[in-house]
Design a protein around this ligand. Structure first.
Ligand SMILES: Cc1cc2nc3c(=O)[nH]c(=O)nc-3n(C[C@H](O)[C@H](O)[C@H](O)COP(=O)(O)O)c2cc1C
Length: 266
């Protein structure tokens, strides 16, 4: 089967999903590669067009064992007509539970034909220097696996049109999916003493929850605790110190130290 291009479609507030998708693309080797990020509110509102004869890699992080609600809402702007898709979730070394199944089902609902899928590990959004969780992942070893996964797909590309490959993709997970966790109250906040009001936090916020003028205002009802603002702040002025989030981070740091490895379902 011939593909006109490779598209990477993703929601990736802290960039680990994007990194994994780029490594997979390197292995697949189809040019040109086009990015369709639905991470920012601007792109989320834009109609994203129809997919036809390209190969698409769709990626999202795992939030409480599911896909982030905003990723689902934004992916729902996609329309495909039998377009072959590779589905990828990235999680913070705890578990991905029903998220890969949810992404596979969603892709079918939108008209894609899932041909391969994978779960990779990324540094946990709640990870800090003091409470590390999967720090630095995806690392070199993960990215090598992602490139190799892409190469496997490349080798199978000529078969991707066959019915057998298209109907047999099975991924772990249960339906009905795990009940979503109720929203966590609060938001990341700014340490005014080190903040330069540069606006990076507002730029990277996937919800448009942050307004920067002479001070930084964050709408706690919009904040999804993705920690993009915390990780991207050039002066470390943004901190995530919601007690419940810190409690989860401490629990993860204590109980999920064992390194998980990517799982591939080619
Ligand atoms: C609200 C929230 C919930 C999360 N839930 C999970 C989870 O259930 N399991 C897990 O292993 N990681 C979980 N994570 C960690 C992310 O899946 C992980 O950090 C991922 O690499 C982030 O992707 P991104 O860099 O593309 O934003 C969660 C992160 C956030 C912000």
């Amino acid at each position: 089967m011939n593909f006109s291009s490779l598209k990477l479609a993703y929601f990736s507030p802290t960039g680990t999903t994007k990194k994994v998708l780029e490594a997979i693309a390197e292995g697949i080797g189809i040019e040109p590669v086009e990015h369709l990020s639905v991470t920012s509110t601007n792109t989320a509102m834009k109609p994203l067009g129809n997919f036809t004869d390209e190969l698409v890699v769709i990626g999202a992080p795992v939030y409480a064992g599911r896909l982030p609600e905003d990723a689902v809402k934004r992916f729902k702007h996609f329309r495909a007509q039998g377009t072959r898709a590779i589905l990828v979730v990235v999680y913070g070394n705890r578990d991905y539970e029903d998220s890969l199944l949810e992404l596979t089902d969603l892709s079918r609902e939108l008209g894609f034909i899932p041909v391969a899928s994978a779960a990779f590990i990324g540094e946990h959004s709640f990870s800090t220097k003091d409470v590390p969780i999967a720090t630095g992942r995806p690392d070199k070893k993960d990215l090598e696996k992602a490139v190799a996964f892409g190469l496997t797909i490349k080798q199978r590309i000529s078969d991707l049109g066959s019915l057998d490959t298209t109907v047999s993709l099975k991924v772990p997970g249960n339906f009905p999916y795990k009940t979503r966790m109720p929203p966590i109250e609060g938001a990341a906040r700014t340490l005014a003493s080190v903040c330069t009001t540069c606006g990076t936090c507002a730029e990277v916020c996937p919800k448009g929850a942050i307004k920067v003028n002479t001070t930084v205002e964050t709408d706690p009802n919009l904040c999804i605790k993705c920690c993009a603002c915390v990780k991207e702040c050039p002066t470390q002025a943004r901190i995530m110190d919601i007690p419940f989030v810190r409690k989860i981070a401490a629990w993860l740091n204590e109980n999920y130290t064992h390194r998980k490895e990517p799982e591939l379902f080619p």
